[in-house]
Design a protein around this ligand. Sequence first.
Ligand SMILES: Nc1nc2c(ncn2[C@@H]2O[C@H](COP(=O)(O)OP(=O)(O)OP(=O)(O)O)[C@@H](O)[C@H]2O)c(=O)[nH]1
Ligand SMILES: [Mg+2]
Length: 456
Amino acid sequence: MREQHQLRDDSPERSILARLILPDQTVETDPLEELHGLAVTAGTEVVDELIQRRSHPESSTFLGKGKVEELRLMVERHDADMVIFDNVLSPAQIRNLERATKAKVLDRTEVILDIFAAGARTYESRLAIELAQLEYSMPRLKRMWTHLSRQAMGVGMRGPGEKQLEVDRRLAQKRIFDLKQELGKIERRREQQVSARKEAPTVSLVGYTNAGKSTLMNALTEANVFAKDKLFATLDTRTRRWQLPGWGVVLLSDTVGFIRDLPHSLVASFKSTLEETRQADLLLHVADASSPVVFDQITAVYNVLKELGIEEKNTLLVLNKIDAIQSAAVLTRVLDRYPNAIPVSAISKKGLVQLQEAVGEALGREFYDIEVDVHPGDGKLLSYLEAKGEVLSREYGDETTTFHLRIPAGAMGPVHRDAVEIRPLPGSYHALQRSADHSEADVETESEFDPTSEVA
Ligand SMILES: Nc1nc2c(ncn2[C@@H]2O[C@H](COP(=O)(O)OP(=O)(O)OP(=O)(O)O)[C@@H](O)[C@H]2O)c(=O)[nH]1
Ligand SMILES: [Mg+2]
């Protein structure tokens, strides 16, 4: 037995997925699809699945007696290393199931924490995940110790005494305290940094994991952030400048995705990573409209936002992946429930113009449509115009360079001060929501991006 395991050292651990479905739960077409994604992301090979429908969990073993036996046989048949539950289990239930199945038993939270731990790259997110893991495992320390002593001394040996457990618990508490202090410091620093950087309105992408936030960020800003068909591909926040056509510059942030039943400790500890989101002027809630459980995912995201205390923020719902929707009825069903949502495809770029308009409208800022003459040598003003405004054309004269540009009213200060001449263009001073005209680039692409065509 032991030798077999050693032979397989390099190969992934073999997992069996399990889920208990209670009568009041709505269930996906494939109730284990998401857990399958999590298990694979965590690096295991899924070898079998088991589902039980039951009126309530069995208090000691979670599953009913017959199912536990079925699970044991499954583990034996596949020589599986672990069973992963889609539910949240008590430490005692895990212990009893491990005893009965002779395999490692993980619950949903542990797998999510594991994925975060493996993927965390920055100092900040490493601390956050360590804190979440410690807080989650504190009540489970006894079980962890049983594991360790079993490894060291073999099955059947007595576990560590209460004394050792107490020492251990105190160490963990001390570490939790230190981590909270350090994260608190980072959080305050972040808060200041983010608000100091606020030279432009900020928009933050939020949404269920794998909904396409990073892909949308790339499509909108050519940011080249990492996007992948993988749960929790993004764990840190990235901010990029986004030239909103006909509007000006905004800062767009992409951040970690949410998932249902996200451990509370994890949400809390990721507060500083989510600082951009907390301070954003507008949230773009990206949902995967092609998912059969899109409603549940939208609800799950609202729940996390609530937990972060930012559910009241100005939010636009973006229905992504409309290219992957098979029938028009599917999209209609979602739009019936969320009539203000904006259908897009980050991949085919359909609907992006409408999205940009909606964002401009939501941010509701007034802007000037002007011609400005600038000294060609005034490098400072030249780069200011490029940064703050949308340059529609440039003309190089002998004495001056003339820009046709749209620029937010609030950014006009340095222009008034340093430009040679400013000429407002007809109908120039207006808010975007009242404007029906678009820049040339907009008009060209708009017909291509009609979100309602091609969906059927
Ligand atoms: N068909 C289709 N697939 C898309 C679209 N947008 C994104 N995807 C795919 O969805 C998968 C997830 O995309 P990401 O952009 O990484 O998703 P995310 O929301 O950033 O996910 P996490 O960072 O893991 O939370 C990738 O395989 C993308 O190619 C879309 O509009 N249509
Ligand atoms: Mg991402």
